[in-house]
Write a protein that binds this ligand. Structure first.
Ligand SMILES: [Zn+2]
Length: 296
């Protein structure tokens, strides 16, 4: 998960005459009557695609071409049910006034969207906003509907909204490729649980990113210390390590899949990469890594 700024205005398709009728129908029902042709219109998907670089806002998997990107309502619009943490079960008709609200829409892969479903937990459920702001109840895209509006300031959602909260403060990748909460962050833990961000394929994919780097470092170590007279000089070895470290850096760019892994490889190099380097050479690799960071 990576912090994203949504500075561009929402596509005009989101301002629609049908909104009022759909809102009224959704309000008195447990079903959403919002037209997915509007909030999930190509214009909306293209705009979100630019913000999220074609990656799922939650798991950071590149969605196309293996699946079709979906437009997820961060605050669920039709109904709210959930059992997280255990015992906090409640029924709620959802944030029915946010069907076409641009700041409530994120790009999601089908897996995360389906797993998240209508789960939306707060640190204190008593603070839940259950009604549309009074003055603007039936108008779309009103300032009081914005995710940043005063109307929502009382809520403290546990699911990290990558447009509102920096995930790097709450989530990190560990040695096994699993996401874990930083300092027991309840936001980090809830986000992992709600979107199931540690299911097999996801942690394996994150692990593969790290394994590739580790393999490349070990290959260069082999080349440096081979005994057939063809060993790399120390200078050549350092140069090839720097080339690998550059790849770690490139991994942090926002267009890359799982770029949180890149950020964590930099921040937690000792924990994620070094343990798989032979003991004898760990200090040397670490020394060059620090030198690389200082000279970049
Ligand atoms: Zn996803």
């Amino acid at each position: 998960m990576t912090y994203r700024e949504k500075t561009m205005p929402g596509p005009t398709i989101l301002i629609d005459d049908a909104f009022e009728v759909e809102l009224m129908r959704t309000m008195f029902s447990s079903t959403s009557y919002y037209d997915s042709q509007h909030y999930g219109h190509d214009d909306v998907r293209v705009a979100l695609d630019k913000i999220y670089h074609g990656k799922c806002a939650y798991c950071e998997t590149r969605i196309e071409p293996v699946a079709t990107p979906q437009v997820d309502h961060y605050r669920p619009v039709n109904t709210y049910t959930g059992e997280y943490p255990p015992g906090q079960r409640q029924n709620h008709r959802g944030y029915y006034w946010l069907g076409y609200e641009w700041t409530n829409l994120v790009l999601s892969c089908p897996a995360c969207n389906g797993t998240k479903s209508s789960k939306f937990h707060l640190s204190n459920p008593a603070n839940r906003v259950t009604e549309a702001p009074a003055l603007v109840a039936y108008l779309p895209n009103y300032p009081e509907h914005l995710a940043s509006s005063a109307s929502f300031s009382v809520e403290d959602p546990l699911l990290i909204n990558p447009e509102r909260k920096n995930p790097d403060i709450h989530l990190a990748v560990n040695y096994y490729g699993l996401l874990e909460p930083i300092n027991d962050s309840p936001y980090g833990q809830a986000t992992i649980d709600i979107c199931d961000l540690n299911w097999d394929k996801l942690y394996e994919n994150r692990l593969a990113v790290m394994s590739k780097i580790i393999d490349e470092i070990n290959t260069q170590l082999y080349k440096r210390y081979r005994r057939d007279g063809l060993a790399l000089t120390e200078g050549q070895f350092k140069e090839s390590l720097f080339t690998i470290f550059k790849k770690i850096l490139e991994r942090t760019t926002v267009t890359k899949q799982y770029n949180m892994v890149g950020r964590c490889m930099i921040a937690k190099f000792e924990d994620l990469i070094l343990p798989d380097i032979e003991d004898l050479y760990q200090r040397k690799v670490m020394k060059y890594f620090i030198e690389f960071l200082q000279t970049r």
